[in-house]
Structure formats: structure tokens, C-alpha cells
Ligand binder design. Structure first.
Ligand SMILES: C[S@@+](CC[C@H](N)C(=O)[O-])C[C@H]1O[C@@H](n2cnc3c(N)ncnc32)[C@H](O)[C@@H]1O
Length: 237
């Protein structure tokens, strides 16, 4: 049954076929909007795994930019389109019903990539019977779709662009930081329901000057607001 809830200033509609918007994820939109202020590059925003579109829509309602929303679920894309229209943002938003690998043209470049992949490890999804499996199942370690988001985003980043990725726990952020040494973890924030990670390409000054002299300014992810890593199974509502 179609329902509508407040997400920041927006009225967001959804039903049981898509993930119910989680209020804590407004923080991802507010941080994303902050990343779009100077000195962010000019250019559009990309939201991967957009669902009903609320995180990207709230972001561009705060910092107007063109927004491309990608999700492979036709139901999610339908809600993202109608939510964009309801917010008066329809002319800025291009919703693409596609898998991550096929959604973008080679020459497209973005100033900011927001990603909210499924991040619950497969063997723990049973704890969330009311959530659509395809919206929460992140594979063995919960990171399959997060990896695909980063692989998709990297070739489409403008110089100076940011990636703001949602995960379930700080140990997941640390694992991805190890794997993606072409990205720099700028900051990790632990929130009520998960973890947000700000990544960028290395700054030009620290790019390798010549082959074989690589000096990445890769940082270990910060510990957020402290405490032990969260259990990904503890996905709050
Ligand atoms: C955790 S939900 C996030 C939805 C929304 N951002 C939210 O916070 O409610 C993950 C979304 O990713 C989509 N998804 C999962 N795998 C995908 C893939 N390989 N390509 C595109 N979309 C995918 C699902 O359809 C689902 O809508």
C-alpha cells in the first residue's frame, strides 16, 4: 500500500516493494549537500542504489544540481520519478532503471556520487523480514554492491569530486578502504543506523609523478564517534 512520509522537508512516497526510507539517512543528504558547497567542482550529482530517491532529492533540494538516480528496481524508479515531481525537482532529475554496470555513458562525469547499496550480510537478512531482500542483501560480507558502486563511480568522478557511501559498520568501511587504494577515505561518520564514508580520488599533489613512484595519500578510516564497530545485522528501522 502506498504511504507517504516526511524526509527532511520532502514528502516521500513508497510502498512495501521498496525499502522504507530510514529517517537517519537524512544525515547522508545533509552531508552530501555540504560537500557540494565550495570548493566542489561544478557538475551533476549521481545517486547509486537510489530506491525511492529521497537521499538524492533532499540533497539537491538543499544544493540545486542536476541529479541522476540509478536503481535496477522498476518500482523504486517509479517512486523516485513521482517523488522528484512532487518535490518540484522533476526537471533536474534523470531516473535510470538499470544495473550499476550499465547505467552510465562513458563520458559522463559527476561532482558527487551518493551511494546507498544493500549492506546486510546475506546470512543476516532473515532478521529483516519486512524489507525487500534485493534492497538489503549485500552478499557474503555485505559489500558486494558497495564494491560495485565504487567500481562504477571511480571512472565517472570529476577532479575534486566526492563519493559519499553508506555502509552498515565501520569494519565494512575499513575493508573497502583496504581494497580500493585508488580512493582516499577523508572521513567516516558513525550514525544511529549505519556508517557514512566520504571518499575522494587522491589530490593531484599526491598523485604519482611517474610510473613506479606512487605515493598515495590514502588514509585509514577514522573511528567516527567512537565505540566498537557496529554489527551489520543491527540494521535499525
Ligand atoms: C538499501 S536500498 C537503498 C534505497 C534508498 N536509497 C533508501 O535509502 O531507502 C538499495 C537499493 O539498491 C538497489 N540495487 C541493488 N543492487 C543493485 C544493482 N546491482 N544495480 C542497481 N540497483 C541496485 C535496490 O533495488 C534498492 O533499491
Amino acid at each position: 500500500m502506498r504511504q507517504t512520509m516526511k524526509f527532511g522537508t520532502l514528502d516521500i512516497s513508497y510502498d512495501e516493494r521498496v525499502l522504507r526510507p530510514r529517517p537517519w539517512t537524512e544525515q547522508q543528504a545533509h552531508w552530501a549537500a555540504q560537500l557540494l558547497t565550495d570548493p566542489a567542482p561544478a557538475g551533476p550529482v549521481l545517486e547509486l542504489c537510489a530506491g525511492a530517491g529521497q537521499i538524492g532529492l533532499l540533497t539537491i533540494s538543499l544544493q540545486p544540481r542536476p541529479l541522476v538516480c540509478v536503481d535496477r528496481s522498476p518500482m523504486a524508479c517509479g517512486f523516485a520519478r513521482s517523488n522528484a515531481a512532487a518535490a518540484g525537482l522533476g526537471s533536474l532529475v534523470d531516473v535510470r532503471e538499470a544495473s550499476l554496470e550499465s547505467a552510465l555513458a562513458p563520458g559522463e562525469r559527476f561532482a558527487l556520487v551518493i551511494a546507498d547499496p544493500p549492506w546486510v550480510p546475506s546470512d543476516r537478512t532473515g532478521a529483516f523480514p519486512e524489507d525487500p531482500l534485493e534492497a538489503i542483501d549485500g552478499g557474503l560480507d555485505g559489500l558486494d554492491v558497495a564494491r560495485a558502486c565504487l567500481r562504477t563511480a571511480i571512472p565517472h568522478l570529476l577532479p575534486g569530486a566526492a563519493v559519499l557511501l553508506q555502509l552498515g559498520a565501520e569494519d565494512q568501511a575499513a575493508a573497502l578502504a583496504e581494497e580500493f587504494d585508488e580512493l582516499v577515505v577523508r572521513e567516516t561518520r558513525r550514525c544511529e543506523g549505519g556508517v557514512l564514508v566520504h571518499l575522494t580520488l587522491p589530490s593531484p599533489r599526491s598523485r604519482p609523478l611517474e610510473a613506479g613512484t606512487a605515493t598515495h595519500d590514502h588514509l585509514a578510516p577514522s573511528r567516527g564517534s567512537g565505540g566498537r564497530p557496529r554489527d551489520p545485522a543491527a540494521r535499525p528501522r
